[in-house]
Write a protein that binds this ligand. Sequence first.
Ligand SMILES: Cc1ncc(C[n+]2csc(CCOP(=O)(O)OP(=O)(O)O)c2C)c(N)n1
Ligand code: SF4
Length: 274
Amino acid sequence: MDYLRYLRIDKLPHIWCEGCGNGIVLKSLLRVIDELKLDPDKTVIVSGIGCSSRTPGYMDFNTLHTTHGRAIAYATGIKLAKPELEVIVITGDGDATAIGGNHFIHAARRNINITVLIYNNYIYGMTGGQVSPTTPLFKYTTTTPYGNPEQPFDISKLAKAAGASFVARTTVYHFQKMDTYIKKAILKKGFSVVEIITPCPTAFGRKNKEDRGIDMLKKQREIAVPIEKAKSLSSDELKDKIIIGIFQDIEKEEYTDLYKRIREEIKNNNKVRL
Ligand SMILES: Cc1ncc(C[n+]2csc(CCOP(=O)(O)OP(=O)(O)O)c2C)c(N)n1
Ligand code: SF4
């Protein structure tokens, strides 16, 4: 496949460190866009702030680099104004679940038809490695020099509980699964989340004695457990493992459709009966 066709060549070289997983996600998304034949003029890629959120800057689509934590809020506005557009959000664990946590859960609750790819590297990468809501317990970061004392969020569980139509998790090592899940998420009518575990050797790895991207990838291969297998394992056996797979795939009314229905009812009958 010709990736360059979809890239803004003049924006290269990219800013990502050697061993960072962000480029693996970019290529996966481009493969899916190519396979689905999405029209770049009708596809909007929105991001917040962070290393992950730099992704759309390299993509030759309608892109919007917004403020930290607000990508989903901007994307919601775009989708409501023009529901015919394909809206994809790219965000980091800090961007989506710390400062942007409220936008995330409420978009899931509304079930608006956007696809959110969350690059989960367990850390604030761009700002030098502060703790994030997904940093595992006792791991070291620049702001938790004695180990993280806080229990982490499970992003996929959170998305499912908040009402997302489609929720899946993969690692960048499992790139074929990543292609499949991103494709399903885009095709799903409703709020879709793909949580992607990706290595940040610079900010997370160095502090936790995993400073090579390749070693972090090998570890992903070792500790990933498919959801089907995980069902037969005990919580002890699942300790320090990453469960990958599809956690939620359901049908329910989508928000922009419901909104359209309300507008039409008001226009035609001057009252609403949903
Ligand atoms: C309102 C606001 N607060 C803080 C920042 C500084 N800031 C920029 S990126 C970032 C963290 C990014 O972490 P994450 O979303 O996990 O993305 P990553 O860089 O790891 O991909 C922070 C705190 C900001 N730009 N705006
Ligand atoms: S700091 Fe981490 S997330 Fe940011 S580019 Fe470097 S490796 Fe990637």
